[in-house]
Design a protein around this ligand. Structure first.
Ligand SMILES: *[C@@H]1O[C@H](CO)[C@@H](O)[C@H](O)[C@H]1NC(C)=O
Ligand SMILES: *[C@@H]1O[C@H](CO)[C@@H](O)[C@H](O)[C@H]1NC(C)=O
Ligand SMILES: *[C@@H]1O[C@H](CO)[C@@H](O)[C@H](O)[C@H]1NC(C)=O
Ligand SMILES: *[C@@H]1O[C@H](CO)[C@@H](O)[C@H](O)[C@H]1NC(C)=O
Length: 953
C-alpha cells in the first residue's frame, strides 16, 4: 500500500513524484500567488499603469496570464489530501453502507500477489476497511447491508483501457455512431464526451461481466483522433454523460483559476498504420508527417508560452502581446507538458519505431501502445521511447484479421511481461464484447502470463496506465468502492460475477447465480507452452504450424483419464479411469491412425503392445481422448486475412440483386464452397492444434443466396491430400437480413419460390433434396420476427409438399424467444456467436444468461428439444477457441448440460445441422494432456483414421 501511495501523481511542477510534504508546500505557494493576484486585480488602474516614460505598462489581463504561467507545468493528479478522503466525489446520496463478509480478496497489492481473507466495508462511495473489521467500527452503522461472500473471490472492478462503449453504441444504428470523425487525420481538439451515448445497451451487459471503469476512445481513423472519456459504467442520477466521468478533466472552469480544481489527466487517441492510411489514402510516410507537423505546431506554441511566462513573471511586459494559446491545439500542447496520457493504436514494427522516434523528437511519453501485435518482437524499441516504455494493451487470441495483425501471438502477453513491460488486456468494445474482458485475461494466463499479472492486466495495470491508480484498480482502504464478487476464481474459464459494485452501489438487481465445481475456486493449472513461445520468437512471429506425423506407425497413449467417442450422432464417454492411480489409468493403442483398443494399464489392451515393437509412447498425465471439434459460421477455409481481398475466395454475386453471371450458370447456379477452399491458413492450423479438426464453410455472401457448403480438414495442406475434403457439399445456405438485399419480405418470397416454384440447374437438384427432406436448408437469420416467418414458411411448404423439411437457423440471436415453436417445428439453431451480443437492431433481444437471466440461450433452446450447435460469427481467428466456447456453454447451463452434450454442440450437432454425414468413417480424435478438451488442458496429438496418421502437436 505504501508503495502505491509513493507513486501517486501529485500537484507539482517537478517531473519526479514529490513527497507529500513537498506537494502541500507547493500548494501553499500557489495559493499565496493567486491570492495576491486576485488582490492585484482590484488595484485602481492608475496605480498599476505607470505614467513615467521608460517604464513598462502592465496589461489588464496580466493577473489571468500570470495565473496561467504559474500553472504552466503543473502535473495532473488528485488534491494532496485525496487519500484521507472520507467520501467519494462520486458518492450518490442515499447509498447504504455495505459489509461483504468472508471474502477471498485479491487486493492488487504486493505486485498482485496479496490475497486477504476477510471482510470489506463500503461506505460513502469508498472502501472504508479491508480485512479484519472490529465491532467498534461496525457499531457506528445502523443500516448496514450485509453480503456473505461464503469464501468466494472478490476483485477490484474490471478496468477496460480501450473501449468504444457509448461512442460505437449497441445496437448499431446510423443515428448513434460517434466513433470516428473523418474531418482530417489530425483532430486533437475533439472530445468523446461530446458524443457519449448514455443509452448504449452494452453498459448493463458489460457491468454484468465486472467492468466498472472504461476509457472510451475515439476510433482509429485518424492519426490524432481526439480526447477519450474516462467513465464509470453505472447510470447516474443526472442521466448525463458528464455524470459518468470518473474525474472530469474539463472542470477547471474556463480561464478562471480555481485552486481547488486540480488538473486531471486527459487521454488522447493516436493511431498509426493501416487505419489512418486507408481512410485518408495515405502511406505510412504521410501519417508520420501528420504527427510531426502537428507536434511541431504544438511545440512552437509551447515554446512561445514558456518564453512569454519567463518574461511576464520577471515583469518584463514590453512588447509581449497576449498569452500565446490556441483552443484547437491546447490539448496537444498539454501532451508536451506531460498532462495527457497518449493511447496509441499501433501494430507493426515499422509503425512502433516511427512513433518511438517521434516521442524522442518532440519529448513526450506514450502511455500505451494498443493492439500492438508486434510489440513482443521489439521490446527494445519500446524501451527506447521518450520518458518511459509504453505499456502494451492487447487482445488474447484475436489476430490475423489484417496484415498488421498477422504476426499476432497468444504468447505476446507472456513475452512482454518477461521483458518487464506492462501488459494490459483490453476489449476494443464492441470489437470484443467487453462483458468478457476477464476472458482475455484468462486466455493470457492460459498461454503463460503469470496469474498476478493476468489479474493486474484488467485492474491495477490499466488504472496505472490511465493515471487513476490513486482511486481505482485495487481493493484498498480509501479507494473507490468498485468491486466484483465472483462465482469462481476470476481466472477460471467462465468466471461470472455474482454482484458488481460501482461507487458502493450494487449494480445487479436480482443476480442469477451459478454453482461452480469446487475446483473452480482455485487458480487454474495451465499447460507449459515454453517450446511454442520459443519457436514464436525464433521464427519472428510466424512459427511453422503444420502438423507432424508420429515417428512410429504405432502410438500408445498412457495415463488416460477419459475417452470419448462418436456414436452415431452423439458423443459417449467410453472409458473412465476408476481412480486417479496409474494402474487404473487408461491406455489407448493406435496403429496407422486407427484406435486398436482401449483399456486400463493392467488390461489385455495394454499388454497387447510388445516391448520389441517400434512404438511411440505419449503420457497424457490424466488427460483424455475426445472427438475433434468442428468450426462453422466464419469464413475459415475461404479466407486467410479478413481485410485483404487477395487472400480470400471472395464474395458470391447475389442472386437477388446483381444476379449470378450467366457464364457461371445464371439463376440455376449454386456456387460451391469446395471450389474456393484455401488450405493451410494460420487460423485453420491453430484451430487444428487446439482440437478443432474440421471446418464447415459456405460461400461468402453479403446478400441472400450463398450456395453449397463444404466440410474440410483444418490440418490438411491442400484439397487433393487424402482426407482433406471431408464432404464436398452438405447443404444450401441462404441468409435473410434487413440489410444487403431487397426487403426481408422479398427474400422470404424468393425462398418460397425456391421451395414451391419452378427451378433449374443445380438449384433444382438441391432444392429437390431439400423438398424430399434429404438435405437441410441452412438460413442465416437473427431476428425473432424473421425466424418466425421462416417457421411459418416451413409449415406452409410442408403442408403443400406433404413432407417434413429440415431447416437450420444460423446466427439466432433472438431464437430463444421462439424456443418452443422451433422445438415443435423441428428447426435446429446454430448460435453464432456462442455467447449473445446485441450488435445490431435485429439481434438486440438477446437472452444474456447468468447473472442477468436464469437461463442461457443455449439452455433455453435445449430445454425445448431444439438441436443446438455453437458457431463463431467473427473471423477465423476465433475457431481455435471452440473448446472454451463449449466449456462455457456447459458452465452457464448450471449443470444442465453434460460434458458429452457440450462436446456435441461443436461437433456432431453442427454436422447434423449442416448436412455433413460422418457416420461412415470415424472422425478425428484429439489427445489432450493434463485434463480434457473442456479444461485448461493442452492438445498433444490428433488421431486421424481418415488420413491414417497420428499427428504430434
Ligand atoms: C467462509 O466460507 C467458507 C465457505 O463457505 C466456510 O467454510 C467458512 O466457514 C466461512 N467462514 C466464516 C468465518 O464464516
Ligand atoms: C447508414 O450508413 C451507411 C454508411 O454510411 C449508408 O450507406 C446508409 O445509406 C445509411 N443508412 C441510412 C438509413 O441512413
Ligand atoms: C465558474 O467560475 C465562475 C466565475 O468565477 C463562477 O461564477 C461559477 O460558479 C463557476 N462555475 C463552476 C461550475 O464552478
Ligand atoms: C423433449 O424431449 C423429451 C424426450 O423425448 C420429452 O420427454 C420432452 O417432453 C420434450 N420437451 C419438450 C418441451 O418438448
Amino acid at each position: 500500500m505504501r508503495e502505491e501511495q509513493g507513486k501517486l501523481p501529485s500537484f507539482t511542477q517537478e517531473t519526479s513524484p514529490p513527497r507529500r510534504g513537498q506537494s502541500s508546500r507547493r500548494l501553499r505557494i500557489v495559493l499565496t500567488v493567486v491570492l495576491s493576484l486576485v488582490a492585484f486585480q482590484y488595484l485602481p488602474l492608475s496605480s498599476v499603469l505607470s505614467s513615467t516614460s521608460g517604464s513598462v505598462q502592465v496589461p489588464l489581463r496580466a493577473p489571468e496570464w500570470l495565473a496561467k504561467c504559474e500553472l504552466l507545468n503543473a502535473k495532473p493528479g488528485p488534491p494532496p489530501d485525496f487519500n484521507t478522503r472520507t467520501q467519494s466525489d462520486r458518492f450518490a446520496l442515499g447509498t447504504k453502507p455495505t459489509l461483504i463478509t468472508n471474502a477471498t480478496i485479491w487486493t492488487g497489492g504486493v505486485d498482485g500477489l496479496e490475497v486477504l481473507k476477510g471482510d470489506i466495508l463500503l461506505d460513502r462511495g469508498i472502501i472504508k476497511r479491508v480485512g479484519v473489521i472490529d465491532r467498534h467500527t461496525l457499531a457506528g452503522y445502523i443500516d448496514l447491508v450485509r453480503i456473505d461472500a461464503k469464501g468466494q473471490w472478490v476483485s477490484p472492478g474490471i478496468v477496460d483501457l480501450h473501449s468504444h462503449i457509448g461512442a460505437d453504441s449497441l445496437p448499431e444504428l446510423n443515428g448513434s455512431d460517434d466513433t470516428n470523425s473523418y474531418k482530417g487525420p489530425v483532430l486533437p481538439w475533439l472530445r468523446v464526451l461530446d458524443g457519449l451515448n448514455t443509452r448504449d445497451e452494452a453498459y448493463k451487459l458489460s457491468i454484468s461481466g465486472g467492468i466498472t471503469t472504461a476509457l472510451v476512445l475515439p476510433g482509429s481513423a485518424n492519426a490524432i483522433g481526439g480526447q477519450g472519456a474516462l467513465i464509470k459504467l453505472r447510470p447516474t442520477a443526472d442521466r448525463s454523460p458528464t455524470g459518468m466521468l470518473l474525474e472530469s478533466p474539463y472542470e477547471r472552469n474556463g480561464s478562471v483559476y480555481d485552486p481547488r480544481a486540480y488538473f486531471r489527466y486527459r487521454q488522447m487517441k493516436h493511431a498509426c498504420g493501416e487505419n489512418p492510411d486507408g481512410v485518408y489514402s495515405m502511406t505510412r510516410m504521410d501519417t508520420a508527417w501528420s504527427f510531426r507537423q502537428a507536434y511541431e505546431h504544438a511545440r512552437k506554441i509551447k515554446e512561445s508560452q514558456d518564453d512569454f511566462c519567463s518574461k511576464a513573471t520577471r515583469g518584463d511586459w514590453g512588447g509581449l502581446g497576449d498569452f500565446p494559446e490556441d483552443l484547437q491545439w491546447e490539448a496537444l500542447v498539454d501532451v508536451l507538458r506531460g498532462r495527457v496520457k497518449v493511447q496509441t493504436h499501433c501494430y507493426e514494427t515499422v509503425d512502433l519505431d516511427d512513433l518511438v522516434r517521434i516521442t524522442n523528437e518532440f519529448k513526450f511519453p506514450i502511455a500505451a501502445f494498443h493492439h500492438a501485435h508486434e510489440t513482443y518482437l521489439v521490446p527494445g524499441t519500446l524501451k527506447s521511447a521518450y520518458g518511459h516504455p509504453p505499456a502494451v494493451a492487447l487482445f488474447a487470441t484475436q489476430a490475423r484479421y489484417k496484415r498488421e495483425a498477422f504476426r499476432g501471438s497468444e504468447f505476446a502477453p507472456r513475452i512482454l511481461a518477461e521483458n518487464d513491460l506492462q501488459v494490459v488486456m483490453k476489449s476494443d468494445h464492441p470489437v470484443l464484447n467487453s462483458r468478457f474482458l476477464v476472458y482475455e485475461a484468462q486466455q493470457a494466463h492460459y498461454y503463460g502470463l503469470p496469474h498476478n499479472l493476468a489479474l493486474a492486466s484488467v485492474t491495477s495495470t490499466p488504472a496505472k496506465v490511465m493515471g487513476m491508480e490513486h482511486r481505482i484498480g485495487y481493493v484498498k482502504e480509501g479507494y473507490d468502492a468498485d468491486l466484483v464478487l465472483w462465482d469462481s476464481h476470476p481466472l477460471a474459464l467462465g468466471a461470472t460475477p455474482q454482484q458488481v459494485w460501482i461507487d458502493g452501489i450494487a449494480q445487479i438487481d436480482t443476480p442469477y447465480l451459478l454453482s461452480k465445481p469446487a475446483a473452480f475456486q482455485k487458480r487454474p493449472e495451465t499447460p507449459n507452452f515454453d517450446k511454442e513461445k520459443d519457436e514464436t520468437l525464433k521464427y519472428d512471429g510466424l512459427p511453422p504450424l503444420e502438423p507432424k506425423p508420429s515417428r512410429s506407425r504405432t502410438v500408445v497413449f498412457t495415463n488416460v483419464k477419459t475417452v470419448y467417442r462418436r456414436d452415431e450422432q452423439r458423443i459417449r464417454e467410453t472409458f473412465t479411469a476408476v481412480s486417479d492411480d496409474v494402474l487404473s489409468a487408461g491406455v489407448v493403442v493406435v496403429h496407422d491412425g486407427q484406435v486398436q483398443c482401449v483399456g486400463s494399464a493392467t488390461s489385455a489392451c495394454a499388454s497387447s503392445v510388445l516391448p520389441s515393437e517400434d512404438v511411440e509412447h505419449i503420457d497424457l498425465e490424466g488427460g483424455s481422448i475426445t472427438p475433434g471439434l468442428v468450426s462453422a459460421g466464419s469464413a475459415l477455409g475461404l479466407s486467410e486475412i479478413d481485410q485483404e481481398e487477395s487472400t480470400q475466395d471472395g464474395y458470391v454475386a447475389d442472386a437477388l440483386s446483381e444476379g449470378v453471371p450467366s457464364l457461371a450458370g445464371g439463376p440455376g447456379a449454386l456456387i460451391r464452397a469446395a471450389d474456393g477452399l484455401i488450405f493451410g491458413t494460420r487460423d485453420a492450423l491453430l484451430a487444428y492444434r487446439s482440437g478443432v479438426t474440421a471446418g464447415i464453410v459456405a460461400p461468402q455472401t453479403r446478400g441472400f443466396l450463398a450456395g453449397l457448403n463444404t466440410a474440410f480438414s483444418t490440418g490438411a495442406s491442400h484439397r487433393l491430400e487424402d482426407g482433406a475434403l471431408l464432404q464436398e457439399a452438405g447443404a444450401v445456405h441462404v441468409a435473410i437480413h434487413r440489410v444487403g438485399s431487397p426487403s426481408v419480405s422479398t427474400q422470404i418470397a424468393a425462398l418460397r419460390r425456391l421451395l414451391l416454384g419452378e427451378t433449374t440447374g443445380d438449384v433444382k437438384v438441391w432444392f429437390d433434396k431439400i423438398k424430399a427432406g434429404e438435405a437441410p436448408l441452412v438460413i442465416g437469420a437473427a431476428s425473432a420476427d424473421i425466424i418466425a416467418s421462416i417457421v411459418a414458411l416451413k409449415a406452409e411448404a410442408e403442408a403443400k409438399l406433404k413432407t417434413s423439411l429440415k431447416f437450420t437457423i444460423v446466427g439466432g440471436a433472438e431464437a430463444h424467444i421462439l424456443a418452443k415453436e422451433l422445438g415443435a417445428a423441428n428447426v435446429g439453431v446454430i448460435l453464432a456467436p456462442a455467447r449473445p451480443f446485441p450488435n445490431s437492431w435485429e439481434e438486440r433481444r438477446i437472452l444474456p444468461g447468468p447473472p442477468l437471466s436464469e437461463k442461457s440461450a443455449v439452455a433455453t433452446l435445449l430445454d425445448h428439444n431444439v438441436t443446438v450447435g455453437l458457431g463463431i460469427a467473427s473471423e477465423g481467428w476465433d475457431a481455435r477457441n471452440a473448446c472454451f466456447d463449449v466449456a462455457w456453454a456447459a458452465l452457464d447451463a448450471n449443470g444442465e448440460i453434460s460434458k458429452t452434450d457440450a462436446l456435441a454442440l461443436a461437433s456432431v450437432n453442427l454436422e447434423k445441422l449442416l448436412g455433413i454425414k460422418t457416420d461412415n468413417l470415424e472422425g478425428d480424435l484429439v489427445a489432450t494432456s493434463g485434463g480434457d478438451l473442456l479444461e485448461f488442458s493442452k492438445v498433444v496429438g490428433v488421431i486421424s483414421p481418415r488420413r491414417g496418421v497420428v499427428d504430434i502437436i
